[in-house]
Design a protein around this ligand. Structure first.
Ligand SMILES: NC(=O)c1ccc[n+]([C@@H]2O[C@H](COP(=O)([O-])OP(=O)(O)OC[C@H]3O[C@@H](n4cnc5c(N)ncnc54)[C@H](OP(=O)(O)O)[C@@H]3O)[C@@H](O)[C@H]2O)c1
Length: 336
């Protein structure tokens, strides 16, 4: 089969090539999927470049990537199933993740075929394209995992999403709107229209306005761009309002090459028991549960991922460059 192969860590244009390799073999609880679409997102960038360096000792591979084919999510048709698989069968259209755990390692979806655990897949709703379904999987998992428990969105709440036009933010805007919240989206000038189209009730251009200096008050601040200080956010949070930090390194522009956003995430995690304003997703829900929830949101039209551009496997370097530059409004998808 044709696949994108990563030989070492480094610039996407240099370390990725399309080659003919063997189709993956599946374990008894896995599904072989003929991939129709896979998304290009920030964690793919992290693993291809090998930054922050800490990810190399967290499972990605110390000197070079342990698994050679990038990509963590997919949508496609089931080609074959392992003996313990019971929910899907050959011919079914599915979407989801190829990873059992975290996304900071190559998951093999930038290829014509990929193996995925049945537990990380859901049936793709009819009427939703493979591209849209692929755009929802990993970004949707990050969004929905972090909007639970203390950070669960309720009808009537004022919710602010920082970085609302990005991969995770776009899903968070639609999800919060569907829960009946009044959503304020923050991103830059060129993305204001996209945020409105996603369903944001109010939009703020972060290059022109600092909402933490304003008079509006919020029940939830979802900091996907991870550019906000907790103390500034507390100024505009209601007494029981919560702040959620995702951790974004802006494709290396944040400069934290060794540990990335991990120190700040740990700092917030240790403070969380003593600070009512901090919500951290410590125990993550099962992928099967979240994929089912995403499938329902897609099927009911509450979630409509915006696919901006699709690229063939051969243009993977260009696709990652577009992601890194942030110029494309909506998701970037590879179509093997
Ligand atoms: N999407 C996924 O599938 C996925 C999966 C796993 C983990 N994650 C993690 O989640 C985090 C966010 O990912 P993402 O896909 O949402 O990233 P993204 O698509 O790059 O979105 C971030 C958004 O924030 C905007 N932004 C930059 N600076 C800002 C500021 N100062 N104030 C407000 N907005 C600002 C960006 O605009 P510009 O164009 O100006 O930069 C961009 O629209 C990353 O750390 C990533 O590792 C994402």
């Amino acid at each position: 089969m044709k696949a994108v192969v990563q030989s070492r860590y480094g610039p996407p244009g240099e370390v990725l090539q399309v080659r003919e390799i063997e189709k993956p073999t599946i374990r008894e609880d896995e599904v072989l999927v003929r991939v129709r679409a896979a998304s290009v997102h920030a964690d793919v960038w992290h693993v291809v470049t090998g930054q922050p360096y800490v990810l190399r000792i967290m499972g990605a591979g110390i000197f070079s990537p342990g698994r050679r084919v990038p990509g963590t999510d997919l949508a496609g048709t089931v080609e074959a199933v392992g003996v313990k698989v019971s929910r899907v069968k050959p011919g079914d259209a599915v979407f989801g993740e190829s990873q059992r755990g975290m996304q900071w390692k190559n998951g093999g979806t930038f290829a014509e075929y990929a193996a995925a655990p049945e537990s990380a897949l859901a049936l793709k709703p009819a009427g939703v394209t493979f591209e849209q379904a692929a755009a929802a999987a990993t970004a949707g998992y990050v969004a929905l995992t972090n909007l639970r428990g203390k950070a669960a969105v309720r009808a009537g709440q004022d919710v602010l999403i920082n970085g609302a036009a990005g991969g995770v933010g776009a899903i968070a805007v639609q999800f919060a709107s569907a829960q009946g919240a009044k959503v304020t989206g923050v991103d830059r000038t060129e993305k204001l229209e996209l945020m409105r189209a996603l369903g944001a009730d109010r939009v703020i251009d972060h290059t022109k306005e600092d909402f933490t200096a304003g008079d509006e008050r919020y029940d939830l601040i979802f900091d996907v761009a991870s550019t906000l200080s907790l103390s500034r956010c507390k100024r505009v949070l209601r007494p029981e309002g919560v702040y959620v930090f995702i951790g974004h390194d802006h494709y290396g522009r944040a400069g934290r090459r060794v540990l990335g956003s991990i120190p700040r995430a740990f700092g917030l995690m240790f403070r969380a028991p003593f600070d009512r304003h901090i919500a951290m997703a410590i125990a993550t829900p099962k992928k099967q549960e979240v994929m089912a929830e995403l499938a329902e949101l897609l099927a009911t039209g509450k979630l409509r991922p915006v696919v901006a551009r699709t690229f063939p496997l051969e243009s993977v370097g260009e696709a990652i460059r577009d992601l890194q530059e942030g110029r494309v409004p909506g998701r970037i998808i590879l179509t093997p």
